[in-house]
Design a protein around this ligand. Structure first.
Ligand code: SF4
Length: 507
């Protein structure tokens, strides 16, 4: 009897198209196999820099975007009572003429009366542009209740966040810390990175209420009480400060912690950075004790002390205020342990592990380089601690401040933009000043005209808020008002309740 022939490399396609997976925000490269003009199979593109051939189950399921029997094939019109689920397909001509009939009078009279809030559509560049062209500032997508706290906290603190803004230095990091459920957004790159870190025998640490997903392969798991990551992070900062395990030279050179803050209680300038007549932040030169511009080359800036100001009050480095704030006993491991659900000893050990990786295992690369001031360095010093977090710590009412605290922790360790740490990808880091401001002030809205700018952006001060003539919120979600001044992607989750509450308020 002859052996049965087994075809172990059947031809699955007569054409392969390269494109990008859109099933999550990771944007992996994919090869789409097509046979008889139908998609047969999706595989990861081994030549793509993001995923290097790795494809997750969701990416494979991208085929269902085309062939799921449940997908919409044409616009649908409701034909039964609201909530009855009775719809019928209609033509695009009918859909567009219905939409025009409803929307044209609003655009001609008062375009802000259209509230256009979309879901997780991955096409926000287009929908935002459409809202702008219509003329309404009342636009946002899902980001306000998802991971945008991470992006906004990151952009305001370090000029970018985790996510696709950059990546850990997988080849040199000694310890990789994951906060929360961090499996979205950078999914496949994180999987590849975890393989590299574990393959080199380095530590993976997970801070997560449950030890599932990526946490399942962690060497250390901190089973934190949900929503308390910020408190744990501040306690870690306190512990690092208390034990002297912070990179003061890094903070001095590459952060605004030496910038002088005015302390003048009761005065309008209390709490603002001290600036010269050109708006340049000021620091104290340690060798002379004098106030100079922070851009002055070849000085060592003071991180302690205070200096009297001619106009009244004193100025002190921001680092002093950070110390006063973080060293509060309220953040001692013994004070926070019951709330975060992790013992004081383990919190101290966590801080000690971070310090050991950052300082006892520092990376030194013999590569001369020139920093932002033009000062030259013979070597590159790396602090091999890297971190990643996403929606898990972001989607809380304290998410923005938690994300900011996490980036401050990285800065304290000197582990951003260094070998072994977290490294940005161009065009990041980008300061908030490089991002657009939201449009939607009363003078930026005109009947029948586009809005004078994109509806979403980053505010830099009170002048950028979107307030009505009474100083109240201009947008239906109250974004960029005194209620929620830094809501970078709007507050989609507030629209329906605000609409109901405002229905009784006369225009
Ligand atoms: S991680 Fe998965 S779903 Fe996301 S882009 Fe990559 S293949 Fe697609």
């Amino acid at each position: 009897m002859s052996e049965p022939h087994i075809e172990n490399s059947p031809q699955v396609s007569d054409e392969v198209k390269q494109t990008t997976c859109y099933m999550c925000a990771c944007r992996c490269g994919i090869n789409v196999h097509i046979r008889d003009e139908k998609i047969r199979y999706i595989e990861g593109n081994r030549d793509h820099p993001i995923n290097k051939g790795v494809l997750c189950a969701k990416g494979s399921a991208g085929i269902m975007q085309h062939y799921s029997p449940a997908r919409l094939k044409s616009p649908m019109k409701r034909v039964g009572p609201r909530g009855s689920g009775q719809f019928e397909p209609i033509s695009w001509e009918e859909a567009l003429s219905t939409a025009t009939e409803w929307l044209a009078p609003i655009r001609k009279s008062d375009p802000k009366k259209l509230a256009f809030f979309t879901g997780r559509d991955q096409s926000q560049a287009l929908t935002s542009w459409w809202a702008q062209q219509f003329g309404t500032p009342n636009f946002a997508a899902h980001g306000g209740f998802c991971s945008v706290n991470m992006a906004a906290g990151g952009i305001y603190t370090i000029g970018g966040a985790f996510w696709e803004f950059g990546a850990p230095d997988w080849n040199l990091t000694e310890i990789f810390v994951l906060f929360g459920v961090a499996e979205d957004h950078d999914s496949n790159p994180i999987k590849i990175g975890l393989g590299k870190v574990k393959g080199r025998g380095k530590r993976v640490v997970s801070v997560n209420p449950v030890q599932t997903g990526y946490a399942a392969i962690s060497d250390d798991w901190y089973g934190i009480t949900p929503g308390t990551d910020g408190l744990l992070i501040i306690s870690l900062i306190r512990e690092l400060m208390r034990s002297g395990n912070i990179d003061v030279d890094y903070l001095r050179r590459y952060t605004n912690s030496p910038w002088l803050v005015i302390r003048n209680p009761g005065a309008a300038n209390d709490g603002l950075f001290l600036r010269d007549s050109d708006g340049c932040p000021q620091v104290i030169d340690r060798s002379t004790g004098k106030i100079v511009s922070h851009t002055t080359k070849n000085i060592s800036t003071a991180m302690h002390g205070e200096i009297a100001l001619d106009g009244g009050g004193v100025a002190t480095p921001a680092f002093v205020i950070m110390g006063e704030t973080y060293m509060d006993d309220a953040y001692a491991p013994e004070s926070v342990c019951a709330t975060v659900g992790i013992s004081a000893d383990r919190i101290r050990q966590f801080a000690a592990d971070l310090a050991e990786a950052a300082f006892a295992k520092e990376v030194v690369i013999n590569q001369p380089w020139t920093d932002w001031k033009g000062e030259k360095h013979k070597t590159m010093i790396g602090r091999p601690v890297s971190m990643h977090a996403m929606r898990g710590i972001s989607a809380h009412s304290n998410g923005f401040q938690t994300c900011r605290a996490l980036h401050v922790l990285q800065l304290m360790l000197g582990s951003i933009e260094v070998p072994g740490g977290w490294r940005f990808k161009p065009p990041y880091p980008k300061p908030p000043e490089a991002h657009p401001k939201p449009a939607g002030r009363p003078d930026q809205i005109q009947a029948g005209k586009p809005l004078a700018g994109a509806p979403l952006g980053y505010v830099l001060g009170p002048d950028d808020l979107l307030l009505n003539a009474d100083g109240g919120p201009q947008r239906i979600d109250k974004a960029y008002s005194w209620d929620a001044p830094m809501s970078a992607h709007g507050l989609m989750h507030m629209v329906i309740s605000n609409a109901v509450a405002w229905r009784s308020i006369p225009c």
